[in-house]
Design a protein around this ligand. Structure first.
Ligand SMILES: [Zn+2]
Length: 328
């Protein structure tokens, strides 16, 4: 059974709909609007059940009440109340039948619990007990009435417009990226001095540079990403050079012969020519670093770009939107 088949099965047994484009189950169950989805796409069977409800007095669940509820329902790892957002997280369960059972037990514990505590279904924004539909906006799920959905849509449009209007400060961005890259360089040097070359240095370099650019440059555009990549490539090289200079200085006896670290750095080319540094391990190390940079940078850039696209988007769950075709 693949994921789509499993989700379709769950939807059928609960009387919900499966929106394949947004990868979410939605619909009414015992009077409450439910959204069931996997927050992390890498774990499609680690599910969250989300509904919008509130106690008329606006009361918030106490820690004891939450713990008491969790204790009685094995598959539930957490219950969260964030304003009118109520969600439960389930254990990861890749076996379809067991997942089905866990979900049944959990939802059939949640709904009576909400009823008992006096929670009424409502709109996530205006808190009113009105008919709601499910939406995905800026990457998050909501249950909204028609008015609030309209308001949120225009809010997102304004934000997107303002972001587009914001000027990109390229010089600031470059400065930010360079500052961010220092962290990456430090990790490369530190790990290497400890005897490792690890993928984490690539991730740190990529995140540091992109974050730095965005913070001081005001926003991250395609141009910013290209500049950031160049800085990553350059600074990875510099990190490697500093690492070798340190090796010459400390292990290579440079310090004892009275050289400074900076002199060792400048003598690297010569050391390589004279085979004081073995060419094989020098280039091998560099290739590894760049490989790890690729490994770290590509997913980081892809998720950054996706995050930006999501931030500007609002779709009604179950409708034909720009996400794709509604898949019942
Ligand atoms: Zn509303």
């Amino acid at each position: 059974m693949n994921k789509t088949e499993v989700y379709n099965m769950l939807a059928a047994r609960f009387g919900l709909f499966y929106d394949g484009a947004n990868d979410v189950l939605h619909g009414q169950y015992e009077g409450y609007d439910l959204l069931i989805y996997a927050p992390n796409a890498s774990y499609p069977y680690l599910l969250t059940v989300h509904t919008a409800a509130r106690i008329v007095s606006g009361a918030v669940l106490t820690k004891d009440e939450i713990n008491e509820f969790k204790k009685g329902v094995k598959p539930i790892t957490n219950l969260q109340q964030n304003g009118t957002n109520i969600s439960i997280m389930l254990k990861n369960e890749p076996k379809p039948e067991k997942l089905m059972e866990n979900l049944m037990v959990s939802v059939n514990a949640l709904i009576p619990f909400l009823k008992r505590m006096g929670f009424h279904p409502c709109c996530n924004l205006c808190n009113q007990q009105v008919e709601t539909s499910a939406y995905k906006a800026a990457g998050n799920f909501y249950h909204l009435c028609e008015d609030c959905a309209g308001r949120m849509q225009s809010g997102i449009s304004v934000e997107t417009y303002e972001r587009q209007q914001k000027n990109e400060n390229v010089i600031g961005g470059v400065v930010g990226a360079l500052i961010g890259s220092v962290v990456g360089v430090l990790v490369i040097v530190l790990l290497s001095q400890l005897g490792y070359v690890a993928a984490i240095s690539g991730v740190v370099m990529a995140i540091g540079v992109l974050k730095g650019y965005e913070l001081l440059g005001g926003k991250l555009t395609k141009k910013g990403i290209v500049i950031s990549v160049v800085i990553m490539l350059l600074m990875t090289y510099i990190g490697d050079q500093i690492d070798w200079a340190l090796r010459l200085y400390i292990q290579g006896g440079g310090k004892e012969e009275g050289f400074t670290l900076f002199e060792c750095y400048r003598l690297l080319g010569l050391a390589l020519e004279e085979e004081i540094i073995e060419k094989g391990s020098y280039y091998g190390n560099l290739v590894m670093l760049y490989l790890f940079l690729l490994l770290g940078a590509i997913p980081t850039i892809v998720s950054k770009v996706r995050e930006k696209k999501e931030a500007a988007r609002m779709v009604k769950i179950g409708s034909v939107g720009d996400y794709g075709v509604y898949n019942q």
